[in-house]
Design a protein around this ligand. Structure first.
Ligand code: ADP
Ligand code: MG
Length: 242
């Protein structure tokens, strides 16, 4: 679904953030990208979407290495999630509008309900709770209809309890929709609980882990020895590289 080969990138006038890194995501996988703040997680997404161009190396989506990439992925950026002057419905319909498509209202209503947003169609973003705003932004990403979703710290601003609810909700949705997800987080527990594999950024190289926990996942798995062991290992590496 996604292959990144020998990618090198530096912002002008600075040392490289990435030096010949390789990264792959298979169809249907849930893969997390973790790393300390400033390690280049958001930059990686901007390179994948084509908002930034690699200095060297190549990025392919479904085996296509040339041409525009932004239209091939569903991208949920870290900031500026919803347009405050548009209602929930108009925000969610935006990807269709941009492509000049018309969504069927009953279809969208079904989605709004699936995302716990029924009855809020005409509400504005600042009238919603944090969790609802994230779900609306996520639904807008789903409405792009893309198979590969890039989610940049979607739950970063949520309190622990809301976050936990969002995790089981997201896992259920991912299993149902069979999307491929690349997920940025700085929350190790979240990364392990959700993912098949984890990439750690920090320094110009990346490291990769497989998460051996069974699926379907549930929040009780955070107490399993494999979970605790992996968490300890990742924590050690992140602090070391800080
Ligand atoms: P993360 O998402 O992991 O916190 P970012 O990808 O946002 O990290 O940033 C990685 C590094 O690149 C940081 O040191 C940041 O200051 C720098 N950076 C990000 N955007 C720019 C930019 N437009 N110009 C110059 N440096 C940038
Ligand atoms: Mg970031």
């Amino acid at each position: 679904m996604l292959s990144i080969n020998e990618l090198t990138y530096a912002f002008p006038g600075t040392g490289p953030i990435f030096q010949k890194i390789n990264l792959r995501v298979e169809p249907g996988e849930f893969v997390s990208v973790i790393g300390p703040s400033g390690s280049g997680k958001s930059t990686l997404f901007k390179l994948i979407t084509g908002l930034l161009e690699p200095d060297q190396g190549e990025i392919g989506i479904k085996g296509v290495y040339l041409g525009a990439r932004l239209g091939k992925v569903g991208y949920m950026p870290q900031k500026d999630l919803l347009l405050p002057w548009r209602t929930v419905l108009d925000n969610v319909m935006l990807p269709l509008e941009v492509e000049g498509r018309r969504g069927s209202l009953p279809e969208v209503q079904k989605w709004l309900s699936r995302f716990g947003l029924s009855g809020y169609e005409k509400a504005f973003p600042d009238e919603l709770s944090g969790g609802m705003r994230q779900r609306a932004a996520f639904l807008r990403t789903i409405m792009t209809g893309k198979e590969l979703l890039l989610l940049d710290e979607p739950f970063g601003a949520l309190d622990a309890l809301t976050k936990r609810n969002m995790h089981s909700w997201l896992l259920g949705l991912w299993e149902e929709l069979q999307k491929t997800v690349l997920f940025i987080t700085h929350d190790l527990e979240e990364a392990i609980l959700l993912s098949d594999r984890i990439y750690l950024l920090g320094g110009p190289d990346v490291q990769e882990w497989k998460v051996g926990l069974s699926r379907p996942r549930n929040s009780e798995q955070i107490y399993q020895p494999e979970f605790i062991e992996l968490r300890r290992e990742l924590e050690r590496l992140i602090h070391h590289e800080n």
